[in-house]
Design a protein around this ligand. Structure first.
Ligand code: UD1
Ligand code: MN
Length: 476
């Protein structure tokens, strides 16, 4: 039989195809592409923040409104230089700075180190601004000098509220403020994108953050102050507020382990504070009347929070293992109940219970070098070591004020231990302290230790390890 070559060729090809298919289906699973190597990557989960004061990670400042993707350019054509968009100037744009207003408050050039900007953030509550300015001007001498420092009062306004202009045009405000600056980019109408429909509050918190960024930029970048004390228009100041900052700002400058000086104790409730002279370090940014240096601003300017700027200040990567100094008895009081972004939510339950100091301390005559890190840490460790260990809150409560008083008549130091957050919360609730943790740390704590008073005795509420071996503090 004569073999037909074309038939033979077809037979060989068919055999080849059969063999190829057979081997393909026999491939071990490991050689197949895994789901993660799929050509279709998984969609990225959309993460949002739910409530203002639980939000700890503001998104890494996407601009608002979001910038559209750049138009595609043909490869051969060089990209034309981008023209900066010139924002139309708002009538309120020109900052009304008056360099001549107050002695040392020359607002051009670099302010000397001892000239501090006293920045009051405001928006649309002229009656509140009046109350806070009345307090400030009551305790700030007419030459604006306290200790070695001189204060320039600058009001930064966000909203279009003519009542503020009218107030600041009257005496004594007109002659005692060094500047009334107005944020040009304020939001007259809140944005209404889908993000804001879900979380309308976000817009207000974004507006505040934007205002802060602009105002701090004016203070440090334009006016070149070396340091600033920041207040809001719903805050009262204590009689020794300026003494406090005049003596602590030099410490802030000197010690790079300090992040800020704050006038506020988050646990400064009447009944659990006692000593007007006591100061502490805290790992949790307290805000509400606080000082920062230009160095810190240089660090934060480009990463500033899109919203919730105070939570941003508490982020570990921002705080970077530094602390703020805070008093035992607050030197400020937050009275804003109406028209606030948090709608006075915490005012009756927490903020109104915070005691403001009424016994002025001559801070500028005190040596505060014990607040420098090395000394502070050593003193704290010693105080905790020497304090009496109390095994439970019940045992503490069974002790009278006399039991808690030393032979020389001064109040004792005692320590209580907590094991974990749940344990801490139950003790905090018992003494009406703030239960809330920020970034895995209890409010007001330093190295996990919270200090409060019980029947005048100073209580160190310590993590278990610290209570049992205070030397552990050096490891934290
Ligand atoms: C809370 C904080 C406040 C912080 C704010 C932002 C307390 C008691 N207060 O605000 O320190 O700054 O969250 O996270 O914890 N403002 C503007 N632009 C606006 C709206 C408000 O600049 O569009 C100003 C207000 O004038 C005020 C400040 O922002 O000086 C805070 O606003 P307020 O309404 O008092 O809100 P709080 O709930 O106290
Ligand atoms: Mn407020």
């Amino acid at each position: 039989m004569k073999i037909n070559t074309s038939w033979l060729l077809m037979l060989v090809i068919a055999l080849g195809i059969i063999l190829l298919n057979f081997y393909a289906f026999q491939l071990p699973i490991s050689t197949l592409p895994s789901p993660s190597e799929s050509l279709f990557p998984r969609p990225i989960a959309f993460h949002r923040h739910s409530s203002p004061h639980t939000v700890l990670t503001p998104p890494p400042s996407p601009p608002l409104p979001p910038t559209p993707p750049p138009p595609k350019q043909p490869i051969t054509k060089p990209t034309p230089p981008v023209q900066p968009t010139v924002q139309p100037q708002h009538p309120l744009d020109a900052p009304s700075l008056d360099p001549q207003r107050k002695g040392g408050c020359k607002l051009t050039g670099t302010a000397p180190e001892n000239v501090v900007a006293l920045l009051v953030i405001t928006c649309k509550r002229p009656d509140y601004l009046k109350r806070s300015l009345d307090g400030i001007l009551k305790y700030l001498p007419s030459d604006h000098k306290v200790g070695d420092m001189e204060y320039c009062l600058i009001i930064s306004q966000d909203c279009d509220e003519s009542g503020i202009d009218r107030l600041l045009a009257t005496e004594p405000y007109a002659s005692r403020i060094s500047g009334h600056i107005k944020h040009p980019g304020f939001l007259k109408v809140p944005p209404t994108g889908p993000e804001y429909l879900i979380e309308p509050k976000l817009a207000a918190y974004e507006a505040i953050s934007k205002h802060y960024k602009w105002a701090l930029g004016q203070i440090f970048d334009t006016m070149k102050f070396a340091s600033a004390v920041v207040l809001e228009e719903d805050i009262d100041v204590a009689p020794d507020f300026f003494e406090y900052f005049s003596s602590l700002i030099p410490i802030l400058r000197q010690d790079s382990s300090l992040f800020c000086i704050s006038a506020w104790n988050d646990n400064g409730f009447g009944g659990v504070v006692e000593d007007p002279k006591a100061l502490y370090r805290t790992d949790i940014f307290p805000g509400l009347g606080w000082a920062l240096t230009r160095q810190l601003w240089d660090e934060l300017r480009d990463k500033w929070a899109r919203a919730y700027w105070d939570e941003f200040m508490r982020l570990p990567r921002i705080r970077n293992r530094r602390q703020c100094i805070r008093p035992e008895i607050s030197r400020t009081y937050h009275f804003g109940e109406k028209g606030g972004v948090s709608e006075g939510q915490f005012q009756p339950t927490h903020l109104s219970r915070i005691k403001i100091n009424t016994t002025p301390v001559k801070w500028t005559e005190m040596d505060l070098t014990n607040m420098l890190k090395k000394r502070y840490d050593a003193d704290l460790q010693q105080a905790i070591t020497e304090s009496k260990f109390i095994k439970s809150p019940q045992s503490l409560e069974s002790m009278t004020e006399k039991d808690l008083t030393k032979a020389d008549g001064s109040p004792m130091d005692v320590k209580l231990a907590y094991g974990n957050e749940e344990d801490f919360v139950s003790i905090a609730r018992r003494y009406q302290l703030m239960e809330e943790w920020k970034e895995k740390l209890p409010r007001t704590s330093y190295k996990g230790v919270v200090v409060f008073r019980f029947r005048k005795a100073r209580v160190f509420l310590c993590p278990n390890a610290v209570a049992h071996d205070p030397a552990t503090l050096t490891l934290l």
